[in-house]
Design a protein around this ligand. Structure first.
Ligand code: ATP
Ligand code: MG
Length: 397
């Protein structure tokens, strides 16, 4: 009996021991489960879960329009955010990853290129070979203590560059306007005296009687040249006495029609066919100074005509772009086009390639477009000639 009692109490003690062991194991399991939950993104005292933190970092990296890319030790793109993908003109990351970084950056001698830590301006070459001015900030990239290449932050600075250029141009313009005022004032009076005397001498019977053709020819030349100087002086003083624009709502298509009609005899005589593409759209409402826009279109029509002395085709279009709030005016001709060299200087006052040009036409156009908060661009025309684009803000409905 005593033996039976001892056996029972021994088993009870063992049961207690096992129960305690099981409770300890349950406690350990709970602790492990908690640790696992924390690792998987569960509640963490004083911070977010790992998964949540990761997805937040990913969102930060993907929500910026700036480009973020890593170039590995072999000079290949090992990481790129969608900002970089879009900036480079692609749609998916696969089109960018694992490609040599030199596919995306200009190797211009004077421009710096990524691959070195530091901050510098360079050019991003997009999928369609357009070059975009960018600002790069690069640092060496280490992960878990190991060098993994160069991490670059890339900012599109095309807008800033355009503003800097516009500012430099308007400063140059103001200085030129000031100078023009002085020069035109000095030339105008002696020139008109000279012209009057030339006319007098030309109409002089004695010289007519001599019938000296050579002399007459020389007077003719002097008169033509004096007229040319007078035209230059007039455009110089117009530039200096430029009046502020008087903005009124108007329909661009009607205005283009007026200018087209005005040019009709000239175009016909010059063998230039005019395609009024704008007439196929609805009226386009803009707020503008009518007189200044006529001056702008007249200059562009003249340039196109002068570029096609043997005849050709001029397409004029006005396409509203509601998404950007602008209308895109296009003047496309079939002349020789505008070379990259000429394009660089085309807006400079007095830059001309024409023997009788003043080189003021486009400088005035640029001024008018700036006054209307628009933009002027020169593209390559599909038919090989010049393709001039004027952007103007639309009246918002
Ligand atoms: N449609 C075009 N096709 C080819 N070249 C062009 C065209 N428009 C302008 N250019 C070039 O740009 C230069 C500057 O043009 P801009 O209108 O400012 O002056 P211009 O036409 O030479 O002289 P102006 O307008 O004073 O008579 C031109 O001399 C020409 O070389
Ligand atoms: Mg011109």
């Amino acid at each position: 009996m005593e033996q039976g009692n001892a056996e029972t109490s021994g088993r009870r003690a063992r049961i207690q021991e096992v129960e305690q062991e099981l409770a300890a194991m349950a406690e350990r399991r709970r602790a492990l489960e908690e640790e696992l939950a924390q690792m998987r993104g569960g509640a963490q005292p004083g911070g977010q879960g790992l998964e949540e933190a990761l997805s937040m970092f990913e969102q930060i990296i993907e929500s910026t329009d700036d480009g973020i890319m890593i170039e590995d030790q072999k000079g290949r793109v090992s990481f790129a955010n969608m900002g970089f993908v879009r900036m480079a003109g692609y749609e998916s990351r696969d089109q960018v990853l694992d490609r040599p970084w030199s596919d995306f950056f200009s190797l211009d001698e004077e421009k710096k290129i990524p691959g070195r830590p530091g901050m510098y301006e360079s050019l991003l070459v997009t999928g369609d070979r357009t070059r975009i001015p960018i600002l790069i900030t690069s640092t060496s990239f280490y992960f878990r203590g190991e060098y993994r290449g160069v991490l670059s932050l890339i900012k599109d600075i095309a807008g800033r560059k355009r503003m800097e250029e516009a500012l430099a141009r308007s400063e140059k313009y103001a200085a030129i306007a000031q100078l023009s005022l002085g020069i035109s004032h000095e030339i105008k009076n002696p020139l008109s005296v000279m012209q009057a005397h030339l006319d007098l001498v030309k109409s002089n019977k004695t010289i007519k009687n001599i019938a000296d053709e050579k002399l007459n020819y020389s007077f003719e030349v002097m008169n033509t040249q004096a007229k040319r100087i007078a035209t230059t002086v007039r455009s110089l003083s117009n530039l200096a006495h430029d009046r502020p624009p008087e903005m009124r709502p108007l329909d661009l298509t009607r205005l283009l029609d007026d200018v087209s009609d005005m040019f009709f005899p000239k175009l016909k005589k010059g063998g230039v066919a005019l395609d009024r593409c704008y007439a196929r759209h609805d009226p386009v409402a803009v707020e503008a100074d009518e007189g200044k826009l006529i001056q702008l279109f007249t200059n562009l029509f003249f340039n196109a005509l002068e570029a096609m002395p043997e005849g050709g085709e001029l397409r004029v279009d006005a396409r509203p772009q509601p998404e950007s709030g602008e209308v895109e005016l296009a003047f496309e001709d079939t002349g020789p086009g505008i070379s990259a060299d000429i394009r660089k200087r085309i807006l400079d006052p007095f830059f001309t390639t024409k023997p009788a040009g003043t080189g003021m036409g486009l400088a005035i156009c640029q001024r008018i477009i700036e006054e209307h908060h628009g933009a002027l661009e020169f593209l390559d025309a599909t038919q090989g000639g010049a393709h001039v684009i004027v952007r103007l803000p639309l009246i918002q409905p």
